[in-house]
Design a binder for this molecule. Sequence first.
Ligand code: CTP
Ligand SMILES: C[C@](O)(CO)[C@H](O)COP(=O)(O)O
Length: 250
Amino acid sequence: MSDDSRPTPPGARTAAVIPAAGRGVRLGPGAPKALRTLNGTPMLIHAVRAMAASRAVSLVVVVAPPDGAAEVKTLLDSHALPERTEFHVVPGGDSRQDSVRLGLEALPSGIDIVLVHDAARPLVPVDTVDGVIEAVRDGAPAVVPALPLTDTVKQVEPAGAAGEPEPVVATPDRARLRAVQTPQGFDRATLVRAHETVTDNVTDDASMVEQLGLRVVVVPGHEEAFKVTRPLDLVLAEAVLTRRRLNDGF
Ligand SMILES: Nc1ccn([C@@H]2O[C@H](COP(=O)(O)OP(=O)(O)OP(=O)(O)O)[C@@H](O)[C@H]2O)c(=O)n1
Ligand SMILES: C[C@](O)(CO)[C@H](O)COP(=O)(O)O
């Protein structure tokens, strides 16, 4: 068994890194996306609570907008969060990848498992978080929650002139495709090595581990772990929160 596939010790400590430094250009003008509210509470606070809801997560590192670390610290201090969890805030970078790396650099020794979770996925249920952690504990160096696709997907030629129709070149077999979410979970040493080694721009952390040639596995994601990207996603997120409140009876 290689070092990268050894089971993580049962007492392994888990931290969550939350990249929250993006502007949210696709959401439209306004505050940085993570600071926008969903039913009155900042998206980032929902995301932090979603990580801290897992009893396995002992530390949450929030990667704030580069000039917004003080504001984010104040925000965390002013919201109720579980006392058993430690919270740190660090400034982020120009890309998601840079922000995650800066979060990783802030982790203390003694952390063996790292979750990387988008602030923009504020509603991920705790069972999904725990499923990812369990799969890392069972020996996978990288674990991705994912869902089957509901749309048929077409591969097209890169667009020529703006507004020109794009020619379709293939229709991949949908049964073999997955839409991936976060938190993605990693053996810490593997993720650090991936961030030290891979310099291409990628859209998720697991693909960096794939580039190292290591095993990445998929576990079930959840429809409520969707990413708030465009304005309609805000409407859906607030509807989900309202449904949860009604179901919980308060
Ligand atoms: N420089 C960046 C860019 C993104 N992120 C974070 O990465 C997550 C996923 O990114 P995405 O949803 O694409 O957010 P934005 O980059 O903010 O969105 P957009 O591309 O619309 O600007 C978000 O939690 C975002 O805050 C980050 O920490 N640092
Ligand atoms: C990491 C991620 O959430 C996986 O779906 C996603 O790739 C990050 O968001 P982006 O919109 O690609 O920046």
